[in-house]
Design a protein around this ligand. Structure first.
Ligand code: ZN
Length: 429
């Protein structure tokens, strides 16, 4: 049985190191390199030799352990573990400087399905990447400021129309204050450029987003719970990375692949999202690099399988009626198989069986989730990966509450259980 080192404390460290999708890729890359993986460029020819490799495309990453060229007539199938690196948050507009009523403020815009109220009255830092002029070219800077530079203040209850509720307009009510007086020193972007060691007027483009600075923590009287930002879906990135590293150390007849995509929260339709050519292109190049042809690639795909990991909804104690009554999901009750008849999840009988076997092999319980039929169900990268590759795909996750809040909640015990199940899926006995 694969043994992983995944823990709730490790998840907290991972999340706190990874405020943006670009930082998720940097965190995962560092761990992969520590395990002997070599980064390849998509613009170069790839080595024919067996080995451990990965590529990064913006905020997306694909890693694999390539076996030697097959000797028989049956190429080794892929076992793909998919997930997403992005999380809903507040991002910086292109002309962000605001000066209102004596405040220096920054214009922000929601990314994905943000629970806007959860971002109010928090100490926020900023992270992302800058594209900076460098001679005749452009170079990229990762940037992060882990200081409380931004804050989105609530409206006082006394100023609410009915003294009870404050409806939040995403255009009007999520801008952040960052100081007093008039804009100076190049404004907020000047501050970010300086933090990256760049001249403000050399910044030609940016992808900047806010993050809550409160460290991830184990909470509850027995510290059984993890309170952290971005559990959706860094919970899967972390558990998936631990599972992948454990799986590549096992002898296996398959090629384990870790595929982490950006842009899931906004539909995945980009050059690096799950609807892009990233995964099929990498899988085909793995086959071609070791001397296979397109026919061998298609034969390999036909025997391959994908587990798509994304977080799942635990049954909420205050809103138990929002959940399908025969499919209660217990926090701490183990990984979740997600099924939807209208294909918001890709799971079918074959995929369900593969994940059930993985959970049995890992000796962890498996829970089965079905969304209420009278509520719209969310989706994830599973159906897109299935459609792009033709691989049998199964959607799974770990249970959590407060999905898309700035601060989410899950059971500490589900972290290692989820990683063990994913590892067993990647390296079946
Ligand atoms: Zn998600």
């Amino acid at each position: 049985m694969p043994v992983t080192s995944a823990s709730a404390e490790g998840l907290c460290t991972f999340v706190d190191a990874s405020p943006s999708p670009f930082h998720v890729c940097a965190t995962v890359s560092a761990e992969l390199e520590a395990h002997g993986f070599v980064r390849l460029a998509e613009t170069q020819a790839w080595p024919a030799a067996a080995g451990r490799y990965y590529v990064v495309r913006g905020g997306s990453l694909v890693a694999w352990a390539a076996a030697a060229a097959p000797t028989g007539d049956r190429p080794p199938p892929f076992r793909v573990l998919g997930g997403h690196t992005d999380s809903p948050n507040l991002r910086v507009k292109q002309h962000p400087e605001l000066s209102v009523a004596g405040w220096r403020a920054l214009a922000l815009e929601p990314y994905g399905g943000v629970l806007l109220n959860s971002w109010l009255d928090r100490d926020l830092g900023i992270s992302g990447r800058l594209a900076v002029r460098d001679g005749a070219g452009v170079r990229e800077h990762l940037v992060r400021i882990d200081e409380p530079v931004l804050r989105v203040p609530q409206l006082a209850i006394h100023l609410a129309e009915d003294r009870k509720t404050v409806a939040l307009n995403p255009q009007l009510h999520v801008n952040a204050v960052y100081g007093l007086g008039e804009t100076r020193d190049g404004g907020f972007l000047g501050h970010v450029a300086a933090a990256a060691g760049a001249e403000a007027d050399a910044v030609l483009g940016f992808d900047l987003m806010t993050h809550d600075l409160a460290p991830s923590a184990l909470v509850g009287v027995d510290r059984e719970l993890v309170a952290a930002p971005r559990l959706d879906n860094q919970g899967t990135c972390y558990a998936g990375l631990a599972a992948f590293v454990a799986a590549v150390a096992e002898p296996t007849t398959a090629t384990p692949v870790l595929a982490l995509f950006d842009h899931e929260e906004v539909g995945s339709q980009s050059e690096r999202g799950a609807q892009s050519d990233l995964l099929p292109a990498v899988l085909e190049r793995i086959v071609l690099a070791r001397g296979g042809d397109r026919a061998e690639f298609l034969a390999t795909l036909a025997g391959s399988i994908c587990v798509s990991g994304d977080m799942a909804h635990a049954t909420h104690p205050n809103y138990a009626d929002r959940h399908e009554p025969a499919h209660r999901i217990v926090a701490g009750g183990g990984p979740v198989l997600k099924v939807n008849q209208n294909l918001r999840y890709a799971t079918d009988a074959a995929g369900a069986a593969a994940f059930a076997l993985a959970c049995a092999q890992a000796d962890v319980p498996m829970q089965r989730y079905v969304h209420r039929a009278d509520l719209p169900c969310g989706s994830t990268v599973g159906p897109m990966t299935a459609a792009r590759t033709g691989m049998t795909t199964v959607d799974v996750g770990a249970p959590q509450l407060a999905m898309h809040s700035a601060r989410e909640l899950m059971a500490a015990a589900d972290v290692p259980a989820y990683a063990e199940a994913l590892a067993a899926f990647l390296a079946p006995a």
